[in-house]
Write a protein that binds this ligand. Sequence first.
Ligand code: BGC
Length: 953
Amino acid sequence: MAQIAARKLTCEYLTNPLGVGTKTPRLSWVLESKQRAAKQAAYQVLVASSEKALGDDAGDLWDSGRVASDESLHIIYAGKPLASTQKVWWKVRVWDGAGAESTSEPAMFQLGLLEPGDWKAQWIGKSEAPPEGPLPALPPTMLRKGFKLDKPVKQATVFATALGLYELHLNGKTVGDYRLAPEWTNYLKRVQYQTYDVTSMVKEGENAVGAFLADGWYAGRVGIVQVMGAPPYKLRGWYGNWPHLRFQMHVTYEDGSQATVISDESWKSTTDGPIRSSCIYDGERYDAQKEIPGWDAPGFNDAAWKPVNVRPEMPTTLVAQHNEPMRATQEVKPVGVKETSPGVFVYDFGQIIAGVCRMKVAGAGPGMKLRLRHAEMLKADGNIYLDNLRIDDKTGIGARQEDEYVTKGGQETWEPRFTYHGFRFVELSGVAKGSSWMPTLETLTARVIRSSSPETAAFVCSTPMLNKLWSNILWTQRDNLPSIPTDCPQRDERMGWTGDILSFGQTAMFNMDLAAFMTKWLQDLRDDQATDGRFADFAPMPFDPDKRMSGVPAWGDAGVFVPWYHWVNYGDRKLLADHFEAARRWVDWIHSNNPDLLWKNKRHNDYGDWLNGDTLVLTAFGYPKGGTEVPKDLFGTAFFYQSTAYVAKMAKIIGRSDEAAKYAKLAEDIKAAFNREYVAEDGTVKGNTQSGYALALDMGLLPAEKRPIAAQKMREAIAAYKDHMSTGFHTTVRLMKQLTGAGMNDVAYQLINYDTIPSWGYSIKQGATTIWERWDGWVEGRKERDGFQDPGMNSFCHYSIGAVGEWMVRTILGINPDEMQPAYRHVLIRPLPGGGLTYAKGYYDSIRGRIGVDWKISGDRLSVKVTVPANIVATLQLPAPSKDAVTESGKKVGEREAVEGVTFVGFVPAGQAPAAQESVGYATSAGQGLATFSLGSGTYAFEVAGYQAPAKR
Ligand code: BGC
């Protein structure tokens, strides 16, 4: 029996995907082993044209042969050419170091429609063009067709998409569980199609297909239309005005013959169905009395329905969806409901979520118009707080987040289809006076809707507030994944703001496997790059990036940082190769406008270190009114440097050595210019702000001899701000990391442990269940506005300052990726206890398997359990008084090869920073030395005797 086994087989990051968009997909697996130091010595991939052939070990499409390699990621299919719609089965055999083999369970994938001529279906929409003008939302279209299948069906696959949003039905049932398909892209450049296996939904004989087709992002509202000029605002139609559906079903009969069913002129349409209007931002109105029974089933008489509008082509390109689809991923039950005035019921779900409510009504009779309004917070009087939704009745902008349901009578269950809201509280009103039906706690269930990227991390420690912080960070991410990484789920933005994911990117990739999700979004970002190389402030960018909303420091830089995080976490060379040109053009654009290498020109909307201390209204608490914002040209130049340095690294990785050298030189020159312009002889970074030091240290801009001085000055700047943070979106986690890196972990822990404003703990003390956009979103005792900040910008679900999740993983759990050996081929595990914590445990499910850490302090003993997945190497660093103080499973490990799987590397006594400090960025924790070991895979139980826990500040 081999020591290792291959599991979790994926194709292009997905498990058994349908509709794969390439003929040379990449295959990956995770290795598992119960043994220590288990390695894959070789692999063999078998790809077969049938399950049976694979079972017989016949790789009739591809047999890679035995490949002597430890690689388990991104193995490119190199067999017989695959054809559109082809379904294949595959498995992998792996050998361990002793030559024993094991074979995985089978997996499959099916190709999509890959040739331009594969699409026979027409685009179909409602019969008449929608009216032009700044209209509010329109009713979705219903489309249908009855069709006959002549013989018993062996296999049926649907390929479908829409310019708009769609929900498919076959024979009276909804197809699949995807929400808001085909999701948001720049529809003028590409639209994703979805693939469904519908074999069990169709049958020989009469069948029917139906679809709801709504405006969505394509023809409906998109956020902040007000940036595009004055009223009357364009309230719909940013990509197109008239939604169309494309549907193609491939049927293989039992006898091997084939048939197709496509969208064409034979379909019928109506807009007189139950959904009266739908809008992503404003919500959905549904009149159950207008339901059309049987419309999606065979035998329905659609004579009264209208013909469809048919278009052979639309100005877009169809691409296979390769990110995990949006789904309702979980349900949340209300924790309470109060009747705040007669007939007005306010539900509390105990958690801010993004999604919709499912409503159950029984015996209300017909025609009762029930209204659901969604809010994040309550006002002092117990009613819902809507001010931060920026609703303006005069111009129609804002996000109403309001659903309406008209009852039909009997037992009714409903949830809106083509909208989502950001909320914790829901106000239900409209219950008729004297109604025998009254809402109860069971009436509403909240359903979380997001891209279904798998969650990959867990964290728990001895400080409850930090556990809540972890939960708030994760929830904020769940609430901001509608196929793109958004800023917030509630007000009229919900855009793929680039700066937000730049700051939150590593945290996001710890929390979830975003390999596929980001592959899609980085394409969105490239699609909307301005012609001169500027990346947009958000992607997709429904407005013209050549004219506005592009080219901002730390926003546009996401076009370099996010692919870099992707590389570090997933090691995807193809993604870098696909993206490199775009990243290079961004840096070239900054350079061409700033030949003296300081980003002084063209910073466009120049948001700077957004929401830093200067934007807080905290003078009442004794905080200074200004002086905490890092100068914007310095800020821009730091990002210019870091982007250029990343571009140089990317060039090297993809083998473009001339460019690697060119950009490495440019980065060095920018660094020199930065130091000349912004760093004084005594180490003062211009502006003397916490943020400026955090940036300069974190990006490695300072010469080694100035780093300790700058760290000290950073510490002083914290002291000058009442020992609190004055950092904004882009510098908060950098400050935390650099405090730890400079041996001031006690200060970092102090900041994260606070519950005084501004701090994460403050929001938690006020009952936050997600991360607030502003440190002072709501302040106890503030007289103005019931304690709320300016409603013009005050989201309670914004992940940016939740980027501290990265610090929690890197420092408290101690799990650190290694960019030199990306995708966790090597991991640095270095838990640094502090802040009074007595234990912490958690894991990260890396692309190569689970990395686990579980530490506990009892008296003067530190116990650290570590799990390292098969085939990877970990460097473990433990704070310890001496090398002899460390044991593993009771055995001393301060000698070479003392214990299987553990190699002693070295010990650095207290007070001496490790040699690699500059690159690694962490010094030893106070009073302790640092013992370093190299670990193979396995589960280990280390103990440090004579351990002295750092004092809590
Ligand atoms: C958004 C942000 C975004 C910012 C630009 C805000 O309105 O919600 O999170 O990054 O604008 O500064």
